[in-house]
Design a protein around this ligand. Structure first.
Ligand SMILES: [Zn+2]
Ligand SMILES: [Zn+2]
Length: 201
């Protein structure tokens, strides 16, 4: 009798945030540098993603947080300033709306799995013993849908790079390294909501 197996490891196929490759110095000991200092924010981000319980398996499916370092003068920090910041990010293809298909009718149910995204494979491991395994459908990559004609603009990748502007309000008396969070302003990806954009001044 076949043993029912759990659905294929959906949680394992999710892209994980990059893990810190090397220990970074504590943020406060960094000397003020005239150039961009991505390591400062990046270190804090790593820390939070480690202990903040993000992507802990259940519920929210959100993209990774993105940090942007903004170089402002001390005067701006003391007096406060409003800045328009242009940054590049990944956005959903405006042509196809993130479907990757030329039109809605070009997204079709996968024939390989009948739209379930899962295929059941039976394998005889010994005489009389048949192992039943569920795998991601190789034809659709577990999506259950195939695209017959790809979007001409993104060639099926569903995303493109785009420029976005955020207005950063540096509050009067902000400390150096102050962070301003913009919800859901980071890279857009199909099927998940965008992560937060963190601007570090
Ligand atoms: Zn399929
Ligand atoms: Zn497209």
């Amino acid at each position: 009798m076949p043993v029912p197996l759990p659905p294929p490891g959906l949680s394992l196929s999710r892209s994980l945030p990059p893990s810190p490759s090397s220990p970074l110095p504590p943020p406060l000991s960094l000397p003020p540098s005239p150039s961009l200092s991505p390591s400062l924010c990046r270190a804090v981000d790593m820390f939070q993603s480690f202990f903040g319980g993000r992507g802990g398996g259940g519920g929210e499916n959100k993209g990774p947080e993105v940090n942007l370092d903004l170089e402002v003068t001390l005067k701006d920090l003391y007096l406060g300033k409003k800045l328009d910041v242009l940054y590049l990010k990944q956005i959903l293809c405006r042509q196809c709306g993130g479907s990757g298909a030329r039109s809605a009718s070009d997204v079709q149910r996968c024939n390989g799995c009948g739209g379930s995204g899962v295929r059941v494979v039976r394998q005889q491991i010994a005489p009389g013993f048949v192992q039943q395994m569920q795998t991601h459908c190789p034809e659709c990559g577990g999506k259950g849908k195939v695209i017959t004609h790809k979007c001409e603009k993104c060639h099926g990748s569903k995303v493109q790079s785009g420029a976005e502007t955020v207005t950063v309000e540096v509050e009067r008396g902000s400390p150096d390294g102050h962070e301003i969070l913009f919800h859901n302003q980071a890279d857009e990806s199909p099927d998940i909501s965008p992560g937060d954009l963190k601007v570090c001044v």
